[in-house]
Design a protein around this ligand. Sequence first.
Ligand code: B12
Ligand code: SF4
Ligand code: SF4
Length: 317
Amino acid sequence: MTADGAFETRLKAQALGLGFDLAGITTLGPAETSEVFERWLEDGYHGSMDYLRRGAELRQDTTRPEPGMLSAVVVGLDYGGRSPSGPIARYARGVDYHRVMWDRLETLLEWVRTERGAAVRGRAYVDTGPILERDLARRAGLGWFGKNAMLINPKKGSYFFIGSLFLDLALAPDAPFTSDHCGSCTRCLTSCPTEAFPAPGVLDARRCIAYLTIEHRGPIPDEFHRVIGEHLFGCDVCQEVCPWNVRFASPPPTDGSLAPHAQLATTDAAALAREWLTLDATTYRKRFRDSAMSRAKIDGLQRNAEIVLRNLSATTP
Ligand code: B12
Ligand code: SF4
Ligand code: SF4
């Protein structure tokens, strides 16, 4: 059975109408890549992200986090991969995507309730729940696991967020995405500034600039300072080089909800870094309260700023 039933078709159309760029339906159950995840943890690639280990059992099976849920609508939201490269990773240049996506998924749940009854239970997940979201999204037909570890869609590339609405309804699923479109390409693997891929598709987060500049607390090991270059927050290099983003991906999103803040779309890493070093707790809270960048906290941003300024002064003649 595939998700071509009238209700499933309307449900996905509704999701697209709310501004999502991709939508698919899947049943819940054991994650097909739970062994990959287990091995990743055993190898210590999660670094200090202990929450991933703590929630590991729940992540192995999507029926576990919220008993009674049967299906999920999985959505993708394009965050504008065509914007120029800069010191802030593209995903974080606009307003915090969690809130935008949760609100839309809640609206989608309301629509489901008007169609199927007020008693329908639903739960929205964006990023923070104990879900292997890329596994779930592949299962719902949204894309394949790239060698850069990203979920890539043949029409959208990889610059999109994943979110899901779990429902206690038995829905007809879409076909999972089974093909692989990386072929013999290895551009992401060879371009990573920190050599963070021990194998295709497998990321050692401890070496990844996104981890070091966002998730990691305390000083960044010296060996990474120079290769961090001008990256003040996150990194997009392994996506920038991907042909599915360079050549094939769709035009910029028309949905302006995640439009970059001018200040964060800058290419002037030095000016931004200097400004961050002047922030106190109050101005920091005001500036970053609606931003996914609050994840790094003021200490993390200022630590990154010092490294980037040192790198820039070392390259200035
Ligand atoms: C922890 C985390 C990180 C960590 C670790 C990333 C990683 N690759 O593991 C760090 C901080 C480094 C990170 C960085 C980024 N992240 Co992040 N992150 C997460 C989070 C919270 C959990 C990921 C996780 O479980 N990792 C463990 C590994 C083992 O799982 P995985 O990466 O999902 O890989 C799965 C598949 O690829 C597959 N797989 C992997 N290797 C192999 C190999 C083989 C042979 C096979 C068959 C399968 C396979 O199985 C895995 C388990 O299901 C998810 C949200 C979520 N709840 O899923 C967001 C998420 C993955 N991140 C996201 C984003 C946007 C980013 C960044 C682009 C941000 C940035 N610009 O700085 C970078 C990209 C780095 C990269 N190349 O992956 C998006 C990705 C969207 C997409 N299109 O793929 C997610 C889904 C958040 C969201 N809701 O949109 N992230
Ligand atoms: S995000 Fe940057 S540092 Fe991390 S794996 Fe990709 S290229 Fe390497
Ligand atoms: S750069 Fe090449 S190998 Fe890497 S994800 Fe893109 S297509 Fe796949």
